[in-house]
Design a protein around this ligand. Sequence first.
Ligand SMILES: [Fe+2]
Length: 276
Amino acid sequence: MDEKVQRRGNKGGTGRAVEGADPAPAASPRAGVRPGPAPETLPTGSPGPLPPEALLFPRHLALWERVAPLMDGRDLAHDALHLARVYRWALRLAPEAGADPDLAGAAALVHDLDPTPKHGPDRPAAGERSSRAAEPLLAEAGYAARERAPILAAVAASSWSRGLEPAGPLGAVLQDADRLDAIGAVGIARVFACHQSMAAAGSDGLFYHPGDPFAEAGRRLDDRRHALDHFAVKLLKLADGMHTPTARAEAARRHEAMLTFLSQLWGELENRGQLP
Ligand SMILES: [Fe+2]
């Protein structure tokens, strides 16, 4: 097995009890974890949750009401909940990058408008297409042309597979926020959700290569066919490319979580788990 995929300690510290925290059931993964603010649901006719921070930015609510319905039918890795998670991180990272949180939040909400499937050959241009689709929605939500320009530039340069440098502070925030959502526990969930969606659409995808799951025998990685290959092709590279200090720290924690997952999976697939 690759040296990088050896078991390491989980630095997340989620098993530590927090004094005074609302106790969760012992069997819950939330046991001992301080609860965050309760998510709120948008007031009327809203198709999904947006974090309560959105209440500080009325134009975000207007944008969400236009964007969220467009995400119906998307695979679970690229649905409205993905937008909400990216949005929350964009707001958090914006100040340290010197970006306007109002514009950063808007960029997060419109960054995945293009519905091209992940396995489509023109997927790398999804950022540019999302940018074009975003312009009228941003205008309807009240963003002026001078505000739309940096948002659209950030979205156009957001795709990892395109390999573009971020478009200024706003682009750095969007890349970090979107890429954080590709790694860690949520990233693990998303990669398999995405590949299941691709398989349902007729790809010949598999959970992993049946004869060489971790490509230890030198086979060529093929993450369009094998979901597990996506870790080596992309996910384990993302932590090194974060732009903001907070994203770098969070990415390091999520990177460790993926290594722990891969180590456990390697043991299970190799039948090296301990029997009772
Ligand atoms: Fe995204």
